[in-house]
Design a binder for this molecule. Structure first.
Ligand code: SF4
Ligand code: SF4
Length: 306
């Protein structure tokens, strides 16, 4: 029989878990309480409805190490892109082995927490030993030809001590005691619509922020310097100059699209007082002034002070 876990390692995941196909009871309750972003609403509460052919959920873990300086972009994003491509390769290998497999649209964190494999934290992330919250999860639904040994349920271990540090650095989403207001998480404003003024003024880096995990004392404390390729490709002025292909290779075409990366680069250039961005901002106002009006007005108000 195909060794699923060996295949996941072959494509670059550090570890993987096989779980049975069960309803996400707690997650559905939280969603119904309005904790999650509306893009979770289409997910059905019982995966058997969406994947009647599947008999296992595979969740794969790709850990990453944060950058010493995440004020340009968090190391999560290149890792997330790598994990996406690793899952693509894995699905091809599974199919080549005769196993039906589809990328899963399921709440992976909730599934691992409900098995005691990881622990929910106040910042809504999942603590997974030994990576802390520094990991990306990818999942797939599988139709395995034979019954499998599922990852055994573990005794849940509560890690978050509600110290409040993540709440202190947050834009307003983290409320403590596992309560969360998605409308105040900065990621909500990084999805392609005009960015509200208060979010622009607060925006610390491209694509969102990871402050809530950087400050968490439960996380590993090691970090690496930001690679020069990332620094060069995601420099906000380089993005404004039109250099987005390399950014797409590093963080994925979806995130590097103009509605996201260009919009945010306008704001980050302004927040960093990058007056060298002004010629590109002026050119952008000529070609796409209406689409980026809110961000351009904001940038000119900061960079063109008399
Ligand atoms: S910073 Fe404190 S409250 Fe926030 S997730 Fe970490 S342990 Fe929990
Ligand atoms: S990502 Fe930023 S805004 Fe969102 S919960 Fe974490 S600290 Fe708050």
């Amino acid at each position: 029989m195909t060794d699923i876990h060996a295949l996941t390692k072959e494509v670059g995941f550090r570890e993987s878990f096989l779980l049975p196909v069960e309803p996400y009871t707690d997650w559905t309750r939280h969603r119904n309480d309005g904790v999650f972003h509306p893009n979770t609403y289409p997910l059905v509460s019982d995966p058997k409805e969406a994947y009647p052919w599947a008999n296992a959920v595979l969740i794969c873990v790709m850990p990453y190490v944060p950058y010493t300086d995440e004020t340009l972009v968090a190391s999560y994003y290149p890792a997330s892109n790598s994990s996406y491509h690793a899952m693509k390769r894995l699905l091809s290998l599974l199919k080549a082995s005769g196993i039906r497999a589809d990328r899963a649209e399921t709440p992976y964190r909730e599934q691992l927490a409900s098995y005691g494999i990881g622990s929910r934290m106040d910042n809504q992330l999942l603590y997974l030993k030994p990576y802390g919250t520094y990991h990306v999860l990818q999942g797939a639904m599988l139709a395995l030809p034979e019954p499998v040994d599922y990852t055994p349920r573990r005794t849940p271990n509560e890690v978050c001590d509600h110290c409040g540090l993540c709440r202190e650095v947050c834009f307003g989403a983290i409320k403590g005691d596992f309560e969360f207001d998605w409308t105040r998480c900065i990621h909500t404003y990084m999805e392609g619509d005009p960015i509200p003024a208060d979010a622009m003024a607060w925006m610390p880096s491209l694509l969102g922020c990871m402050r809530c995990q950087s400050v968490c004392p439960k996380n590993p404390q090691n970090a690496i310097p930001i690679p020069q390729t990332i620094r060069a490709a995601l420099d906000p002025v380089a993005v404004l100059k039109g250099n987005r292909r390399q950014a797409g290779d590093l963080i994925g075409k979806n995130l590097a699209g103009p509605n996201r990366l260009l919009r945010q680069s306008i704001v980050l250039a302004a927040n960093r007082n990058r007056t060298d961005a002004l010629p590109y901002l002026k050119a952008l106002r000529e070609t796409d002034g209406e689409r980026f009006r809110a961000e351009l007005d904001y940038a000119f108000s900061l960079l063109q002070k008399e």
